[in-house]
Ligand binder design. Structure first.
Ligand SMILES: Nc1ncnc2c1ncn2[C@@H]1O[C@H](COP(=O)(O)OP(=O)(O)OP(=O)(O)O)[C@@H](O)[C@H]1O
Length: 250
């Protein structure tokens, strides 16, 4: 196993406040890695740094053997480090299949002038249908995106993300707002999407993390507090104190 995504001494301050401080992180290729921690721990800031939405104050980010610390966000996304919402702008009035076709077209750097030729878009039909099958939306292809129930909309977002052919998918609270049934389905979906890919996710639901993630990094006050498997980190007294002890997200 080798790390596909690494942060070394990653730091970001806002007007002197250390939101992320000297974070070292190594995400192994083909793993599902969780970033957890109490509110304000720095998880979203870390995501923003790793996906180059935000410049670090210090530190280094290496993706697929390349230093991307100063690379533009669009360029790292093109190289396969993709945050789920980045291209998941789902067009509600368009059909489910059309949404994925457009994402495929966009992912391959083609123009967005879809009105020009329906024939051109049809070339993407097979690939789009395969992606819909992958996320369990095969039966919804012709429905308008806006008619999908909440959990299915998230599945469509994932399909549009997969259309960019990511090597690493970053998911920011993928289960947020879901009920128990949707959570089970979404977990199965993420596990499937992770086959042959790598997933880094921020997730508050600890039973999801326990079930799904190979490795967990716990952040608190901008720093790495613990790292390991779920059994290991959940038994760490510092984690219990800083996070689990509060019982806010379990
Ligand atoms: N643009 C900003 N300007 C000033 N402070 C910021 C900014 N972004 C984040 N912070 C601060 O940095 C800290 C970490 O925030 P961040 O959103 O990364 O935490 P988080 O772990 O994602 O929290 P949550 O679980 O609540 O989403 C917080 O104290 C936050 O107020």
């Amino acid at each position: 196993m080798s790390a596909i995504l690494q942060a070394q001494g990653l730091s970001r301050s806002f007007a002197g406040f250390h939101a992320v401080q000297a974070v070292d992180l190594a995400v192994e290729e083909h793993s599902i890695h969780a970033l957890i921690g109490p509110n304000g721990a720095g998880k979203t800031t870390c995501f923003n740094l790793l996906t180059r939405f935000l410049d670090p104050t210090a530190g280094r980010i290496v993706y697929a053997g390349r230093d991307i610390t100063r690379d533009p966000a669009a360029s790292v996304a093109r190289r396969g480090l993709v945050r789920s919402f980045q291209i998941s702008a789902v067009f509600p009035a368009l059909g489910v299949l059309e949404n994925v076709r457009l994402a495929l077209q966009r992912g391959r750097g083609l123009s967005m002038d879809w009105w020009r030729s329906d024939r051109v878009l049809r070339r993407y039909d097979d690939a789009a249908r395969a992606l819909l099958d992958e996320v369990g939306l095969g039966g919804w292809a012709d429905e308008p995106a806006q008619s999908l129930p909440y959990g299915r909309k998230r599945a469509l977002e994932l399909a549009t993300t997969l259309a960019l052919q990511p090597r690493v998918i970053l998911l920011d609270e993928p289960m947020a707002g879901m009920g128990a049934e949707d959570i089970g389905q979404a977990a199965a979906l993420i596990r499937r999407a992770a086959q042959g890919r790598t997933v880094l996710m921020v997730e508050h639901n600890l039973s999801v993390v326990a079930d799904l993630c190979d490795r967990i990094t716990v952040l608190a006050r901008g720093q790495v507090l613990a790292e390991g498997g779920y059994a290991e980190v959940s038994a760490d007294p510092r984690v219990v104190e800083a996070y689990l002890g509060r019982g806010t997200h379990a």
